[in-house]
Structures are given as C-alpha cells and as structure tokens.
Write a protein that binds this ligand. Structure first.
Ligand SMILES: [Mn+2]
Length: 465
C-alpha cells in the first residue's frame, strides 16, 4: 500500500482544504468532551436535521455520554423556552443561524452546527460556539448541509465513526445537495466511495414498495399525463408485461430499461425539459451493504419526520449505521398516505398569478414546501418563483421555492422571506432557492404584495436589501 492510499483511508484527509474548519471543530469536540452530565441535541425535523441529529446522537452514545435528541419544527419561542428550562449542555443542528442573539441571551454553553444563511449577529466572547459552513468559504446551500457538519464533528470526535457517512449522505440528499456534489460534500462522498460505504449506480429512483405505486405517485419528476393517472399507468405496465406488485429493483435489466424509455417518452409528451429527462436517469448514490438508494431513504426519513414520528426516523438511521435495512413496512405506509395527500392537494389547489410570483394556498402546513417545489418545477407555465401558504392558527406558514435558473437571474428567497416577513411582524429565512416564513394571518395580502415587489426588484437588479 502506498502513501496516497494510506491518506485516502483517513477521514482527516477530508479537511485538507479547510484547516480553519477542522481547527474549530476540534475546539467544539473538546468542549463537548469536557462537558459533564447530559448533552441535549436539538435538531430540525426534515431529513437533513434528522440525519444530523442521528449522527450526533450515535457519536455521543458510542462514547457513553448520556444524550437526549429533541427534534423541533423551527426555532420558535417554545423551543427557546425548552432550551432555557433544561439545565443540560446543548448542541443545536440545522437551526440557530437566525437566532444567535436569543441563544446568546440564554447564557449557557451551546454548540451550533448549521449551514443556513446567517441572519443574526454573534456577540464577541459569546458562550455560543457557532459553526456554519458559510463562515468557512463553503456554500451552505450547495456544498454542505447540517448532516455534513454533524459527520465532520463525528469523525473529529473519533475516526472510528467514519461509517456514519451513510447518514451524512441521506441528509445531503434530503437538502438536495447531491446532484453535483461540490466543496466539502464532494470530499465526503469521494471518501465514502473509496471506502465502499457508498457507491454510484446509473439508474432511476422509484419510491414505494411496488412499481405501480412508484409510477402512480411519481412527483420527481411529476409527469402530468402519468402521475396519479391509474389507467395510463396500468396500460404502460401491461404493455411491458410487468406485474403491478413487482419491485422495481428486482425487475430484469431489460424490463427496467424499456420501462424507463416509455416514461421518458411520456415526459417528452408532457413538455418536460431536457434537464428533467437527464435527471430521471443518472448516477445515483447507493448505500453499500443495505443496497438502498440514499435519495429513497432521505425521502422516507423526510415523510416520517413530517408525521412527527421522529423516533422511527432516528431508528431507521441508526439501523443504517449498523448496516441493517430500515423498518420498511411502517415507513412505507406513512409515505403512501402522504403521497395521496400531496396528489389530492396538487389536483385541488388554486394558483394565483402575480407579476413576479405565483401564490398557492393549501390546507396542510406540513406539505407546503413540497407543493411549492412541485408547482415551480412541474406545474406553472411561466418562469416565476412559487409561494405556498397554509393557515395554522393565527399565522400563515409560508414556503417559497425558486428554480436554479431564477436564482441565477437574481432571485434570493432567503432575503425576500426575511425582509418581507419582518415588514409584517413575522419572521423568515432559508436559502436563495428555498426559504420559508411565518406571517400573521391578517397580514397575508400585504406580505404577498411585498414579496412580489422584492422579487421584481431582485430580477431587475435594483434591489439593495
Ligand atoms: Mn438542512
């Protein structure tokens, strides 16, 4: 074995271009190791947050540190109060970058591992140790997510944790950073491939336990003439002599190939772009051993999280660390219910067109983000961002989604949501391509007006923030 191979096998090699990140992670790990008593992890309920939480939970548990994992939907007043009222040491993952001032005020030692845009200021000499990729020349929207950071924390904690990489990859897929891995994500993925923790295969992902469901509930891509169209799906499968209950991954190579060709034809007929077609069949990350697609697992974890079944989501990830398959049956049932709900909402929802945005109103808060991204990618004709709003109590929960094309033209939804919501006494933030906000119910129209105005300014280049 030569020197290069030796280096390849050591996870610390991942940090070669990011020495200051490694140094700060070492400080964070040392702080954590010096803590006495229980460590409480507060993380976000999406696939990235859950994966980050599971990685951190596993890392600390392996070192016999008593650990509690607490999953939350956002850093609201209740969560701040939760943190304040527990006397434990705290790690916050996938959250916190908009609340540094509030967390500082609590006055206890906190480690934050995040990648969101930073919308608050960290005081000097703060008791908060703040690690956010955006502070290390790594783009938090495209090059590293919370699971990436949690994984880095785990291998600095102990190199023996290097196989937790499977969880990092699930989080990377969950936050849609997997398509053309760059920056620190790329380093991690290369490390995972060279150590056979993951591998790439050229294929398509169908979700669900059988191929009929896989096509009927297909949302990515959403094909107008096929998704949710029972007759058309039946016809297609019959023409290829494929049984409805066959599992896609168990089908013969030839059948898989013909089926994918028919779907591509349908996509062309529905007017989907070349980009969508290229995305349909491509190199996909598979987790070695369990032989499952990372994207598929991310989807399952995400659905489970949305149902508030955080224990099941975490269990799935911890099984994965042990090289075991997920408890599929229960997860699948959740997802099917969820997919049904999304299809129904997609069929029912009203789309309002404004000069620079589309607005959809839906009934179910937990699917706002999915509806907005389905709408912007597959439903609306013109090239404008989509804002999806769901009423919850006396506030609207807002999800905003753009395309990468729109972001290139100047759209920044993080800035838009943060600024427009602040103007109506709400709060918001996120990423340029995907962001969210909470807005008082009676401010809905004013908020939409603001968003429409800001996007217009961003596109024309005259918005100064
Ligand atoms: Mn995230």
């Amino acid at each position: 074995m030569n020197m290069d191979q030796d280096r390849e096998l050591s996870p610390t090699h991942i940090f070669s271009e990011y020495p200051s990140l490694e140094k700060d992670l070492e400080s964070a790990v040392n702080k954590c190791k010096a803590w006495k008593g229980v460590v409480r992890i507060v993380s976000h309920y999406d696939a990235d947050g859950l994966s980050a939480g599971a990685i951190l939970f596993e890392t600390l548990s392996r070192s016999n540190i008593p650990t509690v994992l607490h999953i939350v939907r956002g850093m609201d007043e209740k969560v701040i109060e939760y943190i304040r009222s527990h006397d434990d040491n705290l790690i916050i993952a996938d959250l916190g970058s908009s609340d540094l001032d509030k967390l500082h005020e609590i006055g206890k030692e906190i480690i934050i591992l995040d990648h969101h845009q930073i919308n608050s200021v960290l005081q000097d000499n703060s008791n908060v140790m703040f690690l956010n990729f955006n502070n290390y020349g790594i783009n938090g929207t495209t090059e590293g997510c919370a699971s990436t950071m949690a994984y880095l924390f785990s291998i600095v904690f102990s190199e023996k944790n290097y196989k937790l990489l499977a969880g990092a990859v699930v989080g990377i897929c969950g936050d849609r950073q997997h398509m053309n891995p760059e920056g620190i994500n790329k380093k991690i993925i290369e490390f995972g491939v060279s150590n056979n923790i993951i591998k790439y295969v050229n294929d398509s992902v169908f979700s669900g336990s059988n191929i009929y469901d896989g096509i009927f509930y297909m949302l990515d891509p959403y094909v107008k003439s096929l998704t949710g169209k029972a007759e058309r799906v039946e016809e297609m499968l019959n023409s290829l002599d494929i049984k409805f209950d066959e599992k896609y991954t168990d089908m013969s190579h030839m059948k898989k190939k013909y089926l994918r060709s028919l779907i591509v034809l349908e996509m062309l007929r529905s007017g989907l772009s070349t980009e969508h077609i290229m995305n349909f069949q491509r190199d996909i990350i598979m987790i070695s051993g369990v032989e499952e697609f990372a994207e598929e697992l991310a989807d399952l974890v995400d659905f489970t999280g949305r149902h508030g079944e955080y224990g099941l989501a975490t269990e799935t990830l911890i099984h994965l660390f042990d090289g075991k398959r997920n408890p599929a049956v229960r997860l699948e049932a959740y997802r099917k219910d969820f997919q049904k709900m999304i299809l129904e909402e997609l069929n029912d929802m009203m789309i309002k067109e404004y000069e620079y945005i589309y607005v959809v109103e839906n009934k179910i808060v937990s699917i706002s983000g999915i509806l907005a991204s389905e709408t912007v990618n597959y439903i609306v004709e013109k090239d404008k961002p989509v804002i999806s709003m769901a009423l919850s109590g006396d506030v609207f929960n807002v999800s905003a989604r753009a395309t990468s094309e729109q972001v290139k033209r100047g759209v920044n939804l993080a800035a838009t949501m943060s600024s427009a919501s602040a103007d109506v006494k709400g709060s918001g933030g996120g990423h340029p391509i995907a962001a969210g906000a909470t807005v008082p119910a009676n401010m809905k129209d004013k908020f939409i007006e603001k968003v429409n105005y800001i996007i217009g300014e961003q596109i024309s280049g005259s918005w100064s923030g």
